[in-house]
Every structure is written in structure tokens, then in C-alpha cells.
Design a protein around this ligand. Structure first.
Ligand code: ADP
Ligand code: ADP
Length: 228
């Protein structure tokens, strides 16, 4: 079926800038792909289109079998997103209240909400700060809270935009372990942007490299390293 899959051949023009110029690749269910490229390459712009918050100016895009910006609400039910640079959670609410609100937005039955919450809270060791407002959390805690929120509704695709940026060494290892576990045990498709090559080496077999809005390389990390 289409769940967990992603097909892109998409273009996005801002006034004069063609930020994304026919970025073309396919991701199969259960893959863990590193999406790499220098600053300004077009990664954020493509991810915004994949998550349905930005409308392309051309091309095709299919996520979980749907067109994300046309069916934004349904798309949101099957994806999770974490931005290392900023939280998606309500800043002033206790973390647990944000999670409860999200559970309602996703229309999770109480049993599923509690089961998923308990599992994620334990995996990510979130209990010690579950009742603190997000603005009081350290970066590492905030990222763990964001991960619980992103995985609460068992999404088929998880987008991670610089998920280890600013984390200390221990927090980076925990983050990678968690992502690997979600991919292995739940079969979650993962698309990960990062500037940390260790993230790529520990997590991803496949890398897609873009620059100037085009795919430069799509293949195994080992082959890419052999080439350069
Ligand atoms: P990356 O995430 O790889 O750093 P972006 O997708 O953020 O790249 O940016 C791609 C290009 O599009 C850059 O040249 C950037 O300046 C431009 N760009 C991004 N967002 C906008 C916007 N809202 N308006 C105009 N240009 C933008
Ligand atoms: P990111 O790449 O993670 O989105 P940036 O700092 O590059 O972070 O961009 C922050 C915001 O500014 C984004 O929403 C992006 O779309 C927008 N942006 C980026 N480049 C430009 C630009 N050249 N002109 C206008 N907006 C831009």
C-alpha cells in the first residue's frame, strides 16, 4: 500500500529564486533516508511541501498515497515532524497538556493515547519533566518532548529536520537509538536532514544529496564516500 511511501518530483519558485527545481526521488515504506545538502540547497522547502504547509509551484508530490497540501489534515494524521531548531509544542503549557491536546487533535482513543504515551515517555525518559512547561526545558529535554509528540499517533513517516543540532554527546546517542528503534520496531519511514555525519553513518544506508534544488546523488552512503 501507499502508507509510509513518498514520491517527489517537485518544484517551488519564490519570486526570483527557484528554491526547489524538480527534486526527484522515491522513498519506500520502512526506509531510513538521510536528506542532505548545503545551507540553501532546498531541504526545508521540500520538507515543508511534504508536510503540507507549503504549496509547490510545479511538479508532483505524493505522501502516504495523498497529495499533502490538498489533504493537509489527513496527511497530518500519518506524519510526524521534529525540527531541531524550534519546538512544535505550546511553549507555556506543561508538556503533558500539549501531549493531551495533540492526542485529541489526532482523535486517538483514550486507550491508544495512554498506551502510546506510556511507551514513548518510558523510552525517552520524559517522566521527570512531564509537568514542566516547554519553555523551562533544556534543549535535550525539549527534543525528547517533541519526539513523544511526533510519534504519539503512530505516524507512518517521520521527518526529522536537524534532530541532533545543539545536543550534547549523550543526548545525540539517545536520539539516534530512539530513531533506530522506531524504524526497526514500528517500521516508521524516516527522512532525516542533518549536518552531523555521525547521524548519517549510524542511522542511514541511503543518502539523497541535493544542491540548488536538484538531486545530486541518491544511493548508498558507502558508495558516496568511495566516490569523494
Ligand atoms: P535548506 O533547508 O537546504 O537550507 P531552504 O529550502 O531553506 O534550504 O532554501 C532554499 C532556497 O530558497 C534558498 O536560496 C533560500 O534563501 C530560498 N528561500 C527559502 N524560503 C524562502 C522564502 N520564504 N522566500 C524566498 N526565498 C526563500
Ligand atoms: P530553515 O532553513 O530551517 O527554514 P532559515 O533560517 O533558513 O531556517 O529560514 C527561516 C525561515 O525564513 C523559513 O521559514 C524560510 O522559509 C524563510 N526564508 C529562508 N530564506 C529566505 C529568504 N531568502 N527570503 C525569505 N524568507 C526566507
Amino acid at each position: 500500500g501507499p502508507f509510509g511511501t513518498l514520491r517527489t518530483m517537485v518544484t517551488r519558485q519564490y519570486e526570483e529564486t527557484r528554491a526547489v527545481n524538480g527534486v526527484d526521488f522515491t522513498v519506500s515504506a520502512g526506509e531510513l533516508v538521510a536528506y542532505l545538502g548545503p545551507n540553501g540547497a532546498g531541504k526545508s522547502t521540500t520538507i515543508k511541501m511534504m508536510t503540507g504547509v507549503l504549496v509547490p509551484t510545479g511538479g508532483l508530490l505524493e505522501v502516504n498515497g495523498t497529495v499533502p497540501w490538498r489533504d493537509r489534515e489527513r496527511n497530518a494524521m500519518h506524519i510526524g515532524v521534529v525540527f531541531g531548531q524550534r519546538s512544535q509544542l505550546w511553549w507555556d503549557l506543561p508538556l503533558i497538556d500539549s501531549l493531551a491536546l495533540l492526542g485529541k487533535l489526532y482523535r486517538l482513543p483514550g486507550v491508544a493515547y495512554r498506551r502510546n504515551l506510556d511507551r514513548l515517555v518510558e523510552l525517552l525518559d520524559v517522566t521527570p519533566f512531564l509537568h514542566q512547561p516547554v519553555r523551562q526545558l533544556s534543549l535535550g529535554q525539549r527534543m525528547r518532548g517533541d519526539l513523544v509528540a511526533a510519534m504519539l499517533h503512530e505516524p507512518r513517516i517521520l521527518y526529522l529536520d536537524e534532530p541532533t543540532i545543539g545536543l550534547d554527546a549523550v543526548a545525540k546517542v539517545r536520539m539516534r537509538d530512539f530513531v533506530a528503534e522506531m524504524n526497526r520496531d514500528s517500521g516508521t519511514t524516516v527522512v532525516l536532514t542533518t549536518h552531523d555525519l555521525v547521524d548519517v553513518e549510524t542511522l542511514c544506508d541511503r543518502v539523497v544529496v541535493i544542491d540548488s534544488g536538484r538531486v545530486l546523488y541518491d544511493g548508498k552512503l558507502a558508495d558516496l564516500k568511495a566516490r569523494y
